[in-house]
Design a protein around this ligand. Sequence first.
Ligand code: SF4
Length: 195
Amino acid sequence: MLGKDFIVEALRANPDTRALWDAGFRVRVGVSACLAGEPVRYDGDHRLATLVARMLPLVAEVVPLCPEVAIGMGVPRPTIQRVRLADGREVVRGVEDPALDVTQQLADYGKQVAAAQVFHGYVFKARSPSCAPGNAPLVDEQGVQVGLAAGLYAEQLRGAFPGAPMCDEEALATVGQLSGFVQACYRHAARINRT
Ligand code: SF4
């Protein structure tokens, strides 16, 4: 496949990343499961990101995960959002039912995933209150948007793997962008292998 050849050629052009690739090492990259085409969204749909789903597995070990399903919310499920409370705390709770608070469950699950395996990169779903790398709407208690935030699950992963490339699917719309991301994952792996 041409795209794969392009990515591998770039990996082999750098001595650090070439050594890993030629030794058969593959970076481990987490992916929001809906981007891999799994029907795990709140409405039972997916958000297949073709390049991420089809090409990334050719050059990396891909681990698709859906935190909202993993914490038992099911499919279909109520929608949730990131909310800044009047006392300044930020929570994740139901849009229709504010009593549905999954803040602790999402944080715990993120810590559990991070403790179980090393990720050299992560592709998150844009704007998700659980998965977004930094562009989920943050609303106040009245539902008025007051800013942007990372998804709560994504926040745990970012904290656990400092320096690992993390972005959303919108930043990986071309083979060139995907190649840049993959190079960065392998450079990160080379760096942490040396330390
Ligand atoms: S954005 Fe995250 S929580 Fe939402 S469906 Fe996709 S993987 Fe699941």
